[in-house]
Design a binder for this molecule. Structure first.
Ligand code: UT7
Length: 324
């Protein structure tokens, strides 16, 4: 008997306001053509004034619970991946508990920036496999528009806001890679690369929330190799190769990174879920958003083998292999 954390529902939420690339031409020395050709981004959503990360997460959770045919009483734990919480504390997860009317169980946040969702999935999987929880909501929710320097054209055109959520539930599998659910994971971080992507503020430094700073090109050069390597490590752990992959569901930072990684893995682009053109980089929300869109479009189907992979600030990177 092998316990597996199986996806029972998925949902997402994007704030109403859609911002096309052309809007940045009004106040920055940039162009739709530059943003499109260098990143693949055409538009992104920005949260309204007063709309917080937990507001976005709440909508995504409701959608995922509805998809699973469950309500908040069915949930034992909430794991939220975010780097843009409503407040320094308490966690966005406990705010979601409150909004959902969930008075039992527990919630906590995971902070691994753009790799946050693979870290959150891995934690949720461990909670299920250890018997701590039967059913876990895993959420990626971000309001990166709040930490943009609107004078820095190299970063502020790249990011967006949004949220996605999955319901994972314990199920008994047969212990092979044919099982549905999370099959393997690989997590990595290396603090030597801190300067490549960070926020220049914080509680114990200057008491401000700070703005995002990125050495985009240096990070770009790390990304494809590390993403391919983590995906291969996770696949290798369960004796699978690139040929078994039905869908790569990558972190959506840059279409050139997405294409480069798919090419290195030998997976054609028609088996990669791409949302970067519509969402921009939503950090920890990008993978659950892409999963939800992939399912809604009828592309990802029950039984498909998925590889999710992500890299971001830390540097932190990793991947999760799951059968939908
Ligand atoms: O999600 C977390 C992980 N994040 C990533 O993985 C992001 C990784 N990096 C990237 O996606 C890309 O490096 C960027 C999209 C950020 C930049 O693309 P790039 O091809 O690496 O461009 P670059 O940074 O080398 O800049 C090329 C030029 C520079 O001008 P010079 O020095 O060649 O004259 C920049 O100043 O493009 C200029 N530039 C812009 N021009 C117009 C930078 N931003 C802009 C802009 N509009 N918005």
């Amino acid at each position: 008997m092998t316990l597996r954390a199986v996806v029972k529902g998925v949902g997402h939420y994007l704030p109403e306001r859609v911002v096309p690339n052309s809007e940045f031409e009004n106040f920055l020395d940039t162009s739709d053509e530059w943003i499109r050709s260098r990143s693949g981004i055409e538009r992104r959503h920005f949260a309204a004034e007063g709309q917080t990360t937990s507001d976005l997460g709440f909508e995504a959770c409701k959608a995922a619970l509805a998809d699973a045919g469950m309500d908040a009483d069915d949930i034992d734990g909430i794991v939220v991946a975010t780097s843009t919480p409503d407040l320094t504390f308490p966690s966005v997860a406990t705010m979601l508990q409150n909004k959902l009317g969930m008075t039992r169980g527990f919630g906590f946040d995971v902070q691994a920036v753009c790799a946050g969702f693979v870290y959150a999935l891995t934690n949720a999987n461990a909670l299920i496999l250890s018997g701590q929880c039967k059913t876990v909501l895993v959420v990626g929710a971000e309001t990166f528009s709040r930490i943009m320097d609107w004078e820095d054209r190299a970063t502020c055109v790249l990011f967006g806001d949004g949220a996605g959520a999955l319901v994972l539930q314990a199920e008994v599998g047969n212990g092979t890679s044919d099982d549905r659910g999370i099959l393997s994971a690989d997590l990595n971080s290396d603090g030597r690369y801190k300067e490549m992507l960070f926020v220049d503020g914080g509680v114990s430094t200057n008491g401000e929330s700070g703005k995002l700073r990125m050495q985009g090109n240096a990070l770009f050069r790390q990304a494809v190799e590390k993403l391919t390597s983590t995906a291969h490590t996770a696949l290798d752990k369960i004796g699978l190769t690139d040929d078994s992959v039905d869908w790569i569901v990558p972190h959506q930072a840059n279409i050139r990174i997405i294409k480069g990684t798919a090419k290195k893995m030998g997976v054609p682009m028609d088996r990669v879920i791409v949302t970067v053109q519509d969402h921009g980089n939503t950090s920890a929300a990008s993978i659950p958003l892409a999963l939800s869109v992939g399912v809604a479009e009828g592309r990802i189907k029950t039984g498909d083998l998925l590889v999710t992979e992500a890299i971001g600030g830390g540097l932190a990177w990793g991947s999760v292999v799951l059968r939908w």
